[in-house]
Design a protein around this ligand. Structure first.
Ligand code: SF4
Length: 103
């Protein structure tokens, strides 16, 4: 492990507690089923994994936050999310991390 980075494994990544973006192909009944999402640093805190296709996809488990580019969020540590879970929904973008809080 390099520097003071946290020992993150996919097992202890924050879960996507809820996602209200029904139009996303990874969304099944307000649950995110992407293996791991990336939150990007656009105007809001956009879910960069949002995609709208004709088919539903994903894994048979809750989605996790794999990475987050919002270094200005109080839950962000070395570009990883330390919240226990995040909520995703419409904000400045069609799919935003609604748990974002300024540091
Ligand atoms: S709570 Fe903050 S650090 Fe966690 S995914 Fe959302 S914007 Fe990123």
């Amino acid at each position: 492990m390099e520097g003071d980075r946290r020992d993150m494994t996919t097992m202890n990544l924050p879960i996507v507690s809820s996602c209200s973006v029904d139009g996303c192909s990874y969304n099944h009944d307000h649950d995110c089923h992407a293996g791991a999402i990336t939150v990007t640093g656009s105007a809001g805190a956009a879910c960069g994994t949002f995609v709208h296709t004709a088919d539903k996809g994903g894994v048979d488990a809750h989605g996790h936050v794999g990475a987050c580019h919002r270094a200005d969020c109080r839950h962000n540590d070395h570009l990883e999310c330390t919240a226990s879970g995040v909520d995703v929904g419409a904000g400045a973008d069609p799919a935003d991390c609604l748990t974002f809080a300024p540091a």
